[in-house]
Design a protein around this ligand. Sequence first.
Ligand code: FEO
Ligand code: CA
Ligand code: CA
Ligand code: CA
Length: 591
Amino acid sequence: QVPRTGGPSTLAFPELTHQLAQTDSVAEGHEVQVVMRWGDAVLAGAPAFDPARQTPDAQARQFGQNNDFLAFMPLPRGSNGSDHGLLWVNHEYCSTGSMFPGLPAGNSAIRAAKTELQARTEMMAHGGSVVEIQRKDGKWAPVPGGAMNRRITASTPMRISGPAAGHERMKTSADPNGTQVLGMLNNCAGGTTPWGTVLTCEENFNTYFGGEAARTGAQAAAYRRYGIQPASPNAWERFELRFNLDREPNEPNRFGWVVEIDPFDPNSTPIKRTALGRFKHEGCTQAMAPDGRVVFYMGDDEMNDYVYRFVTARPFNRENPAANRDLLDEGTLSVARLEDDGKLVWMPLVFGEGPLTAANNFASQADVLIETRRAADLLGATPMDRPEDVEANPVNGRVYVMLTNNARRAADRLNAANPRPRNIHGHVVEIIPPGAGTPRVDHAANEARWEMFLMAGKPGIDAGARYHRATSENGWLSCPDNCTFDSKGRIWIATDGAPSAAGVADAVYAADTSGAGRGLTRLFYQTVVGAEVCGPCFTPDDTTLFLAIQHPAEGSSYENPSTRWPDFDPALPARSSVIAIVKKGGGAVGS
Ligand code: FEO
Ligand code: CA
Ligand code: CA
Ligand code: CA
């Protein structure tokens, strides 16, 4: 019998009780504020949200759909303030069935019924937003007419840089040089850089491209490794030729990258940094090596895909910001092998080394990067249970890998870091670089150690679930996806998929990462039916936790939604929204 609350945790909030409901809930003593909703004005002149009459033009000036990664960038730039800043927001994808009125039920029927106006509205609902926000009298709200506000969409011009820029396989009829692309797609999680830019990561880009070439084209095998099918789930190839593989076979090679954006300059051109590899990027989070080189950790969110790391060739230059501008174009991309004895080896993906040669049809580093997954297969990387966020804890120096689940993990393909067959609840692995726990953590070292942090699922019910022994009946979780750390180094884990895997709402759990409460997860916030929780992000002073609530009411129809959160207005659908959680009366969240 586990206790309802308590245990040796430094987190003082009273735990919630698991539920799955039309409304959300947060630990007593805290308050949820809705900051931005799908359809709210971002740019000057944006019309009021009218869900029955959505247009591409309106959506291009309004907050996009399905917010995911969040970054709070204090204003003025470079300051450490916690009451005023820019909020960077990813808009990952569209929940078509609950976005537009009048659509039939079922994905293939929706695909067939989708109109050009709807598809083009969806294109404008993708990408990202920059929104200036401010806290006044304890309430967070957008600053009207924020001068740096911006919308990035599926048609924003972007530059391609790094080793794959200009390669034959990056050229299209609209871009014969292979260096310019329109838009970014399916940007899931992300990260920031020490020089103050945002990294936003293209994940399931395969779902936007279709054509017979997926079966028969010269690049069919490469398409297949990324899941591109003849008929795309989004059906955009019916309306825009570049999404049709039979017309533009190279267009998909221009997606699946990490995109760097300067949120403080609304006229800056976003840059796809090809040196960081092409896969279904979840996030891209920073750490610093002792010699000043910057290290970025990345997950490839697919069952049995890999964990990656990029180390810049040159160190970060604190004194001369211009020297950091193209730091992401040169460096070493590596993929992880997690050995059963607890050793982790970072294996460089470098053209000409090992199997990455002409013998395996690689003619350059560009080839290695465009087909990062195949290169990593050849190196013998460890197939993981869907790597989502991979983030370094700035206090203890360990790196936390969210492995969300893997129903296809076969019983005869287990390894010590992915030890559970048919792993529907996921787990969290800790990477321990040399020097972790000291001021000199070597995130750039070629080897590290790894440990299991927790195995998700309900203790006593789900085989293999493993937690701190004082975990309460509400403190267990399912499907870890994104994570962040407060300034004390405690981990805050957001989940995606708990309703179907475990019958409870997706939620946020917090735990100590050291001391007697290490790994003792506690239920802090739970969201509404149909939604997942994304983008956990603290202000520098820990007094606000921002969350992106994505796809509320997903799985139900526009006409008959399972919730109308957050407005509960019969004229409005459920709306993906960014919320701010604060402690009533002030103070650190969770304290
Ligand atoms: Fe878009 Fe990996 O979640
Ligand atoms: Ca998602
Ligand atoms: Ca995610
Ligand atoms: Ca996910």
